[in-house]
Design a protein around this ligand. Structure first.
Ligand code: HPA
Length: 237
């Protein structure tokens, strides 16, 4: 047990999918995993472990925003030995050619501040995805008949942003979408030498102000789970 995770030693798999919403972790575990067992309920942050095509997998909520994700990812990596962490979540599109429901694979994640800021201080570290995992996720997305957008995302600190100029700056620099967790996940993966990737679906569009209805969100979420699982175990029998 750690401060925020009630699982016993050995109850978390080396591969962990991390949706923001704990109820989505529950839904994904019940929908996609065999023999899923709930291994964490502390503060309502649900975590499950089961198997997918014979591979052991955990699905654990991250909560919203980098400080929350940082707590869970730190404990999953340092205390439970997680080696592959894949965020599955939604984002707001920042480019005209990116549409609702599209998949974005975050090659890099820019941010204004992260929980790692105090460590890097004057250094602008460039958090990036694990390349073999990213390549496998591209293949997994294409195998489902979709073409992913692969590039940079912006991990914002606030959802209700009073600085629209920052979004505009990100759009001008080719950033594909905005979300709130990937940069810290990539920082932690680099620090602890583990693999990380963020697989995102576009739930809303910052330029057109369109948003996905909730049934579509569920379907898109299921697709991300399958892409993430396929990528995580690509090349393994
Ligand atoms: N901003 C931040 N995070 C998000 C958004 C957004 O517009 N959409 C989905 N996650």
């Amino acid at each position: 047990m750690t401060i925020h995770i009630g699982a016993r030693p050995g109850e978390i798999a080396e591969t962990v999918l991390m949706p923001g919403d704990p109820l989505r972790a529950e839904w994904a575990a019940q929908t996609f995993l065999d023999d899923a067992v709930c291994v964490n309920r502390v503060r309502g942050m649900l975590g499950y472990t089961g198997t997918w095509r014979g591979h052991r997998v955990s699905i654990h909520g991250s909560g919203m925003g980098m400080p929350s994700l940082s707590i869970y990812a730190n404990e999953l990596i340092r205390d439970y030995g997680a080696k592959t962490l894949i965020r599955i979540g939604s984002c707001g599109a920042m480019q005209p050619h990116v549409g609702l429901r599209d998949i974005i694979l975050a090659m890099t994640a820019s941010s204004m501040s992260t929980p790692s800021r105090g460590i890097f201080r004057e250094l602008n570290f460039a958090p990036c995805a694990d390349w073999p995992l990213l390549r496998a996720a591209v293949a997994a997305t294409e195998a489902r008949g979709m073409t992913p957008h692969v590039g940079g995302v912006y991990s914002a600190d606030v959802f209700y942003d009073e600085r629209p100029d920052l979004n505009e700056l990100m759009t001008r620099h080719g950033i594909l979408g905005v979300e709130m967790e990937a940069a810290e996940l990539y920082n932690l993966a680099a620090r602890h030498d583990v693999r990380a990737l963020a697989v995102l679906t576009v739930s809303d569009h910052l330029l057109t102000h369109q948003a996905l209805p909730s049934e579509d969100r569920e379907r898109s979420f299921g697709e991300m789970v399958e892409i993430a699982l396929t990528a995580a175990f690509a090349g393994e029998v």
